[in-house]
Design a protein around this ligand. Structure first.
Ligand code: MTE
Ligand code: MO
Length: 386
């Protein structure tokens, strides 16, 4: 039940996996929260598993795949009897593989924390990763469990709630929900994934099975999945009812209780782009220089990069291997080669999507520090000063 902002615990973290990547910046040890450096992140279109950010609200469960099951239940739908699927049953559904970027809603929280104190792990811009995910489609599994199509009047406007196994700081267990239409849509590619980048999921990323919701904040992609519930309302979890909402800028801790219920639970990602190379305060010579970064949005986009603080803009070259525009779940990497850079250059990037949405010029504060997609600005140092 989402009742309190008090943390549970303390929990035992002694059985957490060992993570050897030299490219991970550890933001918090317990629970383990880490993101890669931006230069490591932008190096490959598919993010290697050791460098993929890890975002946890408790210890990492150590589950036995041969005993693990996922239940599907709908207590308010008399036509459905609850079912449990074991891992070999889940593997018997047609296997679907997609490329999808997962981004934490708290990505770039550091930018909002500069405006005023925010609550949460202070992330830079590395809590995003692009991977291939394979598993059964949520649609196939729900249909096999007898769930009606989402436009059936019996379930119209309903939600699919996910619950994990394992201890969690803010609630009884980690949970979230997405609308039933999204879970059932053949075009949304929501998965019960058991593979990441062609290999069995690692414990850190949800072994033996997790939800993958492409195009939506990472919080909805529940790891170590235990229960799926089809229900008329959103999940009652802390992470649906209280966290992962954008509070108005004036709201502080003492007003949270009255504000949470008024706000919408975040789902789809906003337009985002970040400069990964060069990095802030990196010394560069006068050029030529290649500026690189990533971008993500729900729809097709264009990338603008400025080397004069946003007065004039150039078009960057885009790289994305997504198979079709309506299945654009992967991120786009972009690059712009500039022949010459002035000594006090300020680099700025902004993406545009097909709905005409772009990134705000300046960040707007919210207490939980979520969804910061302000134009990314960095200053580089002329090499003569070094
Ligand atoms: N069970 C469980 N699922 C979870 C979380 C968690 O703490 N526990 N964190 C969520 C959040 S906020 C994000 S951003 C993604 C991160 O996935 P990753 O650690 O595989 O990168 O997992 C989501 N699923
Ligand atoms: Mo997240």
């Amino acid at each position: 039940m989402a009742t309190t902002d008090e943390k549970r615990g303390p929990f035992d973290y002694s059985n957490d996996p060992v993570r050897p990547s030299p490219h991970l910046l550890v933001r918090k040890d317990e629970p383990f929260n880490a993101e890669p450096t931006l230069s490591a992140l932008v190096r490959r279109y598919i993010t290697p598993v050791p460098e993929f950010f890890k975002r946890n609200h408790g210890p990492i469960p150590d589950l036995d795949a041969s005993k693990h099951t996922v239940s599907v239940e709908a207590p308010e739908l008399p036509s459905i009897t609850s079912r449990r699927f074991n891992m070999s049953e889940l593997r018997q559904f047609p296997k679907r593989e997609i490329i999808a970027a997962i981004q934490c809603a708290g990505n770039r929280r550091d930018g909002l924390n500069k405006l005023a104190k925010v609550k949460g792990v202070i992330w830079a811009a590395g809590t995003i990763g692009n991977a291939t995910w394979a598993g059964a489609t949520m649609r196939d599994v729900l249909l096999a469990a007898g769930v009606p199509e989402y436009d059936d009047p019996a379930v119209r406007g309903w939600h699919v709630s996910f619950e994990a196994i394992g201890e969690c700081e803010e609630d009884r267990v980690y949970g979230s929900s997405i609308p039933l239409w999204m879970a059932m849509s053949p075009n949304r590619d929501v998965l019960l994934a058991y593979e990441m980048n062609g290999a069995t999921l690692t414990r850190d990323h949800g072994y033996p099975i997790r939800v993958i919701v492409p195009g939506v904040i990472g919080a909805r992609s529940v790891k170590w999945l235990d229960r799926i519930t089809i229900q008329p309302a959103e999940s009652n979890s802390f992470f649906q009812q209280r966290d992962y909402k954008i509070l108005p800028p004036h709201v502080r801790e003492n007003e949270l209780a009255e504000w949470w219920p008024r706000l919408v639970a975040l789902q789809e990602l906003n337009v985002q782009s970040v400069i990964c190379e060069p990095t802030e305060d990196q010394s560069v010579n006068g050029g030529p220089l290649t500026i690189r970064g990533y971008a993500i949005s729900g729809a097709y986009w264009r990338m603008h990069v400025s080397v004069d603080g946003g007065r004039t803009w150039k078009m960057a070259e885009l790289y994305n291997t997504s198979p079709s525009p309506e299945r654009h779940w992967g991120w786009t990497l972009w690059a712009l080669r500039v022949p010459k850079l002035s000594i006090d250059a300020e680099l700025v990037c902004r993406a545009w999507d097909a709905a005409g949405n772009t990134q705000p010029e300046l960040p707007v504060y919210n207490y939980r520090g979520v969804m910061n997609n302000a134009q990314h600005r960095i200053r580089v140092l002329p090499s003569s000063k070094v």
